[in-house]
Design a protein around this ligand. Structure first.
Ligand code: NAD
Length: 495
């Protein structure tokens, strides 16, 4: 699998037309695992041509037959979980356990997409006017494309294409150029499931491939997940080219603890939220907020919990915190820690210089006395850094959360049902946890934040995905039966 990766177009692995490439690095060992070709518009054009041709017949295949390849894929994925998880650890850096979660959450998407015969059903009503019946069907639109980030090399692409193709569309995936090996393995499995050629395609690349997608006249809609500036660009450009777009962006997530919360359990979940996958999750906690007396308990317990963290290669069973993705990411996070300190935060635990030979490792850093309005309270860090903040009451915590430009997720830890209810009804982020650190909606519910964390109106996976990937097509019918009906409903007849 090392060497220069191939695209997957029309059911075959084919060479990219591009001579440009980037290294795929294991962030723990700095071993070069292969090279990603930086595909161009020409590669996208070829994939779209194959997908457009396939759409003509695939969209006519009965839905019960369209989902059969997904059942086969589910079995193949189950059989290959550990191999795929190992690849994820190597190219991304997360721990083996986290990598298994990445693939298992992806498999759940495939499972839910197999229920498309139920999900895609439309609406009917007879006699909407005298002798007139109405049916509204959901029809596929054509070719869709997905552009995905580095942080979940397996799961995020599965948020989209299984639902897209099961609902009768065809698809072109452009995975993150930094972690493409996971998808190479998954596409080797996809090649064995009997999908007609062209139904699902993959093109490797970066910016040029993305712009080739956004400007392509035959792509009907785009799914994007990544940072906020690129999400905005994708949303605006895709819309300018007449496409449906859902673009999921970055996040800044606050987790609040009330004085009545059970300290050990709550803080274990909060720290796991902040440090899991090295903080490189869009649902990662970033600032932990203690309300009143909860603050001191929170602080002490965070220090105890963080002291248990073991930094190392994700393939080592003892490791609980792997490296961050790249040298650039490490440098950016170090700079953010410096900025936080210059703005008055206090260093409780300094993770900037972990004892490791090589690799892009950072140990956990804990910053105390974070203030609203400072960088640490506003910017996505996407690394193993925890900020601590104190507020005097729940209203103040809610105000803090709602003042953020981001609104992906937030959580409250409490035993007070009334407080929890108030929190749920007043916070803006649209994925909310009560006594849960990472409230990620599962495949059969819809996923997506609001404000600068989400551009679009229809959320991802679950029933919403059917909204995104289909168009409602409504027919009204009247049959003339001699002697049984008037030509015009009496209701509308002029006297
Ligand atoms: P990124 O924005 O750098 O890249 C995402 C995709 O955009 C990649 O496929 C990349 O090739 C492409 N891209 C990058 N620069 C581009 C440019 N200038 N023009 C066009 N395309 C470009 O994001 P990332 O670093 O891979 O992922 C991390 C980000 O993703 C974080 O901000 C994280 O919060 C976000 N994320 C959000 C969610 C969510 O559900 N909201 C989920 C996962 C990740």
């Amino acid at each position: 699998m090392s060497g220069l990766l191939k695209n997957y177009i029309g059911g075959e692995f084919v060479d990219s037309t591009s001579k440009e490439k980037i290294e795929i690095l294991n962030p723990a060992t700095l071993e070069v695992l292969g090279h990603t070709p930086l595909g161009k518009r020409k590669d996208i054009d070829k994939a779209v041509e194959a997908a457009k041709k396939a759409f003509k017949t695939w969209s006519k295949v009965p839905v019960i037959d369209r989902v059969q390849p997904l059942f086969k894929l589910k079995i193949l994925l189950d059989e290959n979980v550990d191999e795929i998880a190992t690849l994820i650890v190597k190219e991304h850096g997360k721990t083996f356990k986290e990598a298994r979660g990445d693939i298992l959450r992806g498999i759940q998407m495939v499972e839910v997409a197999t229920s498309m015969p139920t999900l895609i059903q439309g609406e009917t009503l007879d006699n909407i006017a005298k002798d007139i019946d109405c049916q509204s069907l959901r029809r596929p639109l054509g070719v869709f494309a997905g552009i995905t980030p580095f942080n979940f090399p397996s799961m995020v692409p599965f948020w989209f294409w299984p639902f897209a193709i099961a609902s009768g569309n065809t698809y072109v995936l452009k995975p993150s150029e930094r972690v493409p090996l996971t998808q190479m393995k998954i596409f080797e499995l996809i090649q064995q499931i009997g999908l007609p050629e062209g139904v699902l395609n993959m093109v490797h690349g970066g910016k040029d491939a993305v712009n080739g997608i956004l400007e392509h006249p035959d792509i009907k809609g785009v799914n994007f997940v990544g940072s906020t500036p690129i999400a905005k660009h994708v949303y605006q450009t895709g819309a300018a080219y007449g496409k449906r777009v859902q673009a999921l962006g970055g996040a800044k997530n606050f987790i609040v603890m009330l004085p009545d919360a059970p300290v050990e359990q709550s803080v274990a979940a909060m720290v796991d939220s902040c440090l899991g996958c090295a903080g490189e999750r869009c649902l990662a906690g970033s600032v932990l907020v203690g309300v009143g007396d909860a603050y001191d308990k929170l602080k002490d317990e965070v220090l105890r919990e963080v002291s248990k963290v073991v930094v190392g290669n994700g393939l080592d069973a003892k490791t609980t915190l792997g490296p961050v993705i790249s040298k650039d990411a490490k440098e950016r996070i170090l700079k953010d820690i410096d900025t936080a300190l210059s703005e008055g935060a206090e260093l409780l635990i300094d993770g900037r210089n972990p004892k490791v030979d090589k690799g892009y490792f950072l140990a956990p850093t804990v910053l105390d006395k974070v203030k609203p309005g400072t960088m640490m309270a506003q910017k996505e860090i996407f690394g193993p850094v925890i900020g601590l903040m104190q507020v005097s009451n729940l209203d103040e915590a809610i105000e803090l959360i709602n003042s953020s430009n981001y609104a992906n997720t937030t959580s409250l830890f409490t035993t007070n049902g009334g407080a929890a209810r108030k929190f749920v009804s007043e916070v803006v982020p649209s994925m909310v946890g009560i006594n849960l650190g990472v409230p990620a909606p599962m495949a059969f519910f819809s996923f997506g934040g609001s404000k600068d964390s989400f551009f679009g109106d229809v959320k991802v996976h679950g029933k919403s995905s059917v909204e995104f990937f289909t168009e409602k097509h409504t027919t009204m019918t009247r049959w003339y039966v001699e002697g049984m009906n008037d030509a015009v409903s009496p209701m509308w007849k002029s006297e």
